[in-house]
Design a protein around this ligand. Structure first.
Ligand code: COA
Length: 260
């Protein structure tokens, strides 16, 4: 069905989703949103996955944002519907109970940068540019950019970047903390897979709970955040994996976690 616009590569414990509309610089159209929604639902219910990587096909673009040609054909109510769908999709992605890595292989503009912002970690190829360019089109970031960018890089810088629609190089993005790392030429997927492999050694319930505690704790006062952390820890206490971690330590072997 919509699989041609999104490549889904399951290599448990990692899954790689590749936006596959290179001729449109991997812009997000309705079909691609639908394909992403299906893939996110599948990943959510896959017990054998420990990390998800999202990237774009080719080297030119991670994602050029919303499909502006499709947008031109839409009525106002269709635009609202698209925005509703993209917000739901990005929220679902953000809430996946496993770490999500954006492998930013090429330009990430507008919704492309917003997609990267929804991921837990971002690794950029050396030559890429990123930015929330929407105000140049007389619109605003509509898939979380006005909220997620300031939380990541600070209010003043986010305002400057959104008001100007400026595009940043990978190294500028690294300097302000927009990306975690910049990969050397040709090594982007290798770096992301290494990161995913490192993450995959952790207990899956612990990963889900750590992500939950960090995400939910960000927007509340410290006391409430600490209560969220305590509740998330509580989920880990009765698990087989916690006992396995202790046994493996004692027996000087690698733990085998089952997500139970
Ligand atoms: N929506 C739909 N089509 C897009 C697109 C988008 N967001 N971005 C690029 N394309 C299409 C172009 O129209 C072009 O199609 P064509 O071959 O039929 O003319 C094709 O992708 C290649 O784009 P081009 O501009 O020639 O490639 P480039 O590598 O020189 O530049 C970008 C790539 C992404 C920097 C540039 O296309 C661009 O600035 N796009 C708009 C990005 C944007 O403003 N996004 C925010 C949306 S809210």
């Amino acid at each position: 069905m919509a699989e041609d616009v999104l490549m889904v590569e399951r290599r448990p414990p990692v899954c790689v989703l590749t936006l596959n509309r290179p001729k449109a610089r991997n812009a997000l159209n309705s079909r691609l949103l639908q394909a992403l929604e299906q893939a996110v639902a599948t990943v959510r219910s896959s017990k054998d996955l420990r990390a998800l990587i999202i990237t774009g096909f080719g080297t030119k673009a991670f994602c050029a944002g919303a499909d502006l040609k499709e947008r031109q054909t839409m009525s106002e109510s269709e635009v609202r519907n698209f925005l509703y769908n993209i917000r739901c999709l990005f929220n679902d992605l953000e809430e996946l109970p496993l770490p999500v890595i954006a492998a930013v292989n090429g330009v990430a503009l507008g919704g492309g940068t917003e997609l990267a912002l929804v991921c837990d970690l971002r690794v950029a190829a050396a030559g890429v540019t990123m930015g929330l360019t929407e105000t140049r089109l007389a619109i605003i970031p509509g898939a979380g950019g006005t909220q997620r960018l300031p939380r990541l890089v600070g209010t003043a810088l986010a305002k400057e970047l959104i008001f100007t629609g400026r595009q940043l190089t990978a190294h500028e993005a690294l300097t302000i903390g927009l990306v975690n790392r910049v990969a050397e030429d040709g090594r982007l997927m290798e770096v992301c897979l290494e990161l995913a492999a490192e993450i995959s050694q952790a207990g899956p319930i612990a990963l889900a709970q750590a992500k939950f505690a960090i995400n939910r704790g960000l927007d509340v006062d410290l006391r409430t955040g600490l209560a969220i952390e305590a509740t998330a820890y509580e989920v880990c206490i009765p698990t087989e994996d916690r006992l396995e971690g202790l046994s493996a330590f004692k027996e000087k072997r690698k733990p085998v976690y089952k997500g139970r």
